[in-house]
Each structure stands twice: as structure tokens, then as C-alpha cells.
Design a protein around this ligand. Sequence first.
Ligand code: ZN
Length: 160
Amino acid sequence: MAIRNIRTMGDRILTKKCRTVDEITPKIRTLIFDMLDTMYDACGVGLAAPQVGILKRIVVIDVGEGPYVLINPVITETSGEQTGDEGCLSLPGKSGTVTRPNIVTVNAYNEHMEPFTLTGEGLLARAICHECDHLEGIMYVDHVEGELHDVQYEEQEEDE
Ligand code: ZN
């Protein structure tokens, strides 16, 4: 397992559409573990494969209830609305106001290529939308209402 370099906005790979995953190869398995490591290392709640330079339809999400691995995710149902701050590991230090559905249902495959359905509310719904957008080459800044603003870090004493 390894921490991979996170691509930042301006890198053209973040604007590209990702390809479907057909099977779990050893390379894909390593990629998934590395994405989880990279997400936790960066204290993010989600990470999509293009953010580490791989144009495949894989996202990992952990909003504090354990990791979800979503391969070839397809959002099938949304309802409600939430408006709140959103940030991205590919745009460090910034956040902006984005309106998303409050409840999102997604069909995907797990790391064993078994199909499953996940319904998320609140932050999990927001993360699913945000990460699925990455697979289409879309950054959250495309949805931001008003200006991006600087994130105020509250736990600076924990920085090395
Ligand atoms: Zn992002």
C-alpha cells in the first residue's frame, strides 16, 4: 500500500471522463488500497481514481462510518436538497457553497466486483455526488454558488 500523489485543479486529467472497470486485477486491487491510504492520509471523506491520475470509474468514500468502495457507480435516485460547504482534495485550502440532493441512491460494485446498492443521506449523499462527478471530469467548482473561500483550519497544532 502506498500514498499516491493527488492531482490538483488545472491538471487536465481531472477534466476527462473515466472508463468502466471490467474486472478486479491485482493492479486494480492495489489501486483501491492506495486510494484509501491516500484519502485517509489527506483527511478527506472521498477520493476518485482520476485524482490519483487513473481514468477508471472507482471511488472511495468514508464519512466516518467506515470505507465504501464504489466501482462503476451509477446514481439511480435522488431526493431532497441540501446547501452547504464543499471542498476537494484536488483544490486544497478552498471551499464553496454547493447545493446537492439530500438523499442519494447509487448502484455500484464493491472491491470483489459484487453489486450492491447504497443509499446515503446528508454528507454521504454529498460525497457520492461529488465523487461521481469526478468520474465525468466535473469538479465541484462548476456547481459553486458565489465565490470560493479559504478554509480556516482549526487543528493547526496537529500539523507536523
Ligand atoms: Zn473532489
